[in-house]
Design a protein around this ligand. Structure first.
Ligand SMILES: [Zn+2]
Length: 251
């Protein structure tokens, strides 16, 4: 048997779907070809991971974490290995709060499941990856931006929840009062300068900036934004979506 044929049949072989004769010829090749044997070993591990991740208990655990997170109005969900277990945390109003523990095996299975759902390469566990999950929760659409980072204590996952149906808040709805509101109004109408909005994730930076853009968006100015990512589209604003893969960064 040739190496190419061996590789083509490998998945079917590992799933025990090969006829006896073909199986024997493949095993014969694996016994004599170190490279294909190594390939088979890797494929076997991935298959075991995928099988673990497809377990109904893992599937419903991950779905539960996502839907509970949305219900809790979390801006992001974190899964992180700590000591001998993994912790799941929701960020609500800018503050992370622990919601549950997972044992190490469950962590691996849950992370694999999340990688599967977000279109990542399940076999790659040594490099960071990015992906997306589309979720329907109580009839509303949500986009989850998912990032995995390989760490010593297992892969860390951060899922950023974007509510696609949410409308940007107006400056008047922001809850800024008195002097702050007035000063901001003056600042954003200055012809030059820089206004910096800072704060932790989920504290309202994006909300504030969108409110300011909307406030200025009366067709008298040409408004441009550079965003990573563009979370809402605003009519009349030239919004630029960062694309690092082609070299389009903030600079
Ligand atoms: Zn071979």
């Amino acid at each position: 048997m040739k190496c190419e044929t061996c590789r083509d049949l490998l998945t079917a072989y590992l799933k025990e779907e090969l006829e006896k004769e073909e199986r024997e010829r493949l095993e014969e090749h694996l016994a004599s070809c170190a490279e294909c044997a190594k390939e088979a070993e890797g494929a076997r591990k991935v298959l075991a991971l995928v099988e673990q991740a497809s377990d109904p208990a893992v599937v419903s655990l991950v779905n539960g974490l996502i839907h509970e997170g949305i219900k809790a109005r979390a801006s992001d969900i974190h899964i992180q290995g700590i000591a001998d277990h993994a912790s799941v945390r929701y960020r609500v109003d800018g503050v992370l709060r622990e919601v549950r523990d997972l044992d190490r095996n469950t962590q691996t299975a849950a992370v694999t499941r999340i990688k599967q759902m977000s279109g990542m390469n399940v076999a790659e566990r040594r490099l960071p990856q990015d992906g997306r999950i589309h979720v329907l929760h109580e009839g509303k659409e949500y986009d989850l931006r998912v990032a995995t980072v390989p760490a010593v204590l297992g892969e860390t996952v951060v899922m950023r929840i974007l509510d696609r149906g949410m409308l940007p808040v107006s400056l008047d709805q922001m809850g800024l009062r008195g002097e702050t509101r007035q000063e901001l109004e003056v600042l954003i109408h200055k012809p030059c300068g820089m206004l910096i909005v800072s704060g932790p994730t989920g504290s309202g930076k994006t909300t504030t900036l969108y409110a300011l853009m909307q406030h200025l968006n009366d067709r008298k100015y040409h408004l441009m934004s550079v965003e990573d990512p563009v979370e809402f589209q605003i009519d009349g604003v030239t919004q630029i979506h960062i694309n690092r893969k082609v070299g389009l960064d903030f600079v």
